[in-house]
Design a protein around this ligand. Structure first.
Ligand SMILES: [Zn+2]
Length: 196
């Protein structure tokens, strides 16, 4: 509860959020507290079951322009959402998917990468050289940079199909999200990239 100062009204809070966005200010502790209090009041629906109701795990890029719940029509409690830079099927993504399928009953995987991905704009070599110059060290992992999201989704589907630890490898659906139109375009394993 907020004691002392009068709580600002909703319009004021929205104005603050817009101004901070325009100023490109990082999210502050105070903003988080206020938004969470509003969200608990207006949107939180109480305790839900641990197992995802739609038996689905989504693997997606961390890109800030992809609101996964909204664009897939998901509600809290529906699906696991696993995100990283690129939406790459790394060992850690496999770790999450294995737990998702074996311990929490999901049976299908939705992969979402997208156009204009940050990982298509940097090179593995430059990134490693930069880090080595700055620190004397290079990480053991790959940054998994790529050029073509369509080819990269196909590679990700293949990686998933090759994992013997997954229980369900048949229901894997891959998409490239178009950040310009908001549309999800399905990627077929066989087809080549469309000449868009
Ligand atoms: Zn991305």
């Amino acid at each position: 509860m907020h004691h002392g100062a009068a709580s600002p009204n909703v319009t004021q809070r929205m104005t603050d959020a817009t101004q901070n966005r325009l100023k490109q200010q990082p999210l502050s502790r105070e903003e988080i507290r206020r938004h969470n209090a509003d969200w608990v009041h207006d949107q939180f629906r109480g305790m839900l079951p641990l197992r995802p109701a739609r038996q689905t795990a989504v693997v997606a890029c961390m890109d800030s322009r992809m609101p996964i719940f909204g664009l897939l029509g998901l509600e809290p409690g529906d699906a696991h959402i696993i995100r990283n830079a690129g939406g790459i099927v790394t060992d850690d993504v496999l770790r999450s998917l294995i737990l998702s399928q074996r311990a929490m009953g999901t049976t299908s995987i939705v992969l979402i990468q997208h156009t204009d991905c940050g990982l298509t704009k940097i090179s593995e070599d430059t990134m490693r050289a930069e880090l080595e110059a700055a620190t004397g060290l290079a990480p053991q992992f790959s940054f998994e940079t790529f050029r073509d999201p369509w080819a990269n989704v196909r590679q990700s589907i293949r990686r998933l199909r090759l994992s013997p630890f997954l229980l369900h490898r048949d229901a894997i659906i891959g998409f490239v999200y178009d950040v310009g139109s908001g549309r999800l375009n399905e990627v077929s394993l066989d087809a080549e990239a469309p000449s868009a």
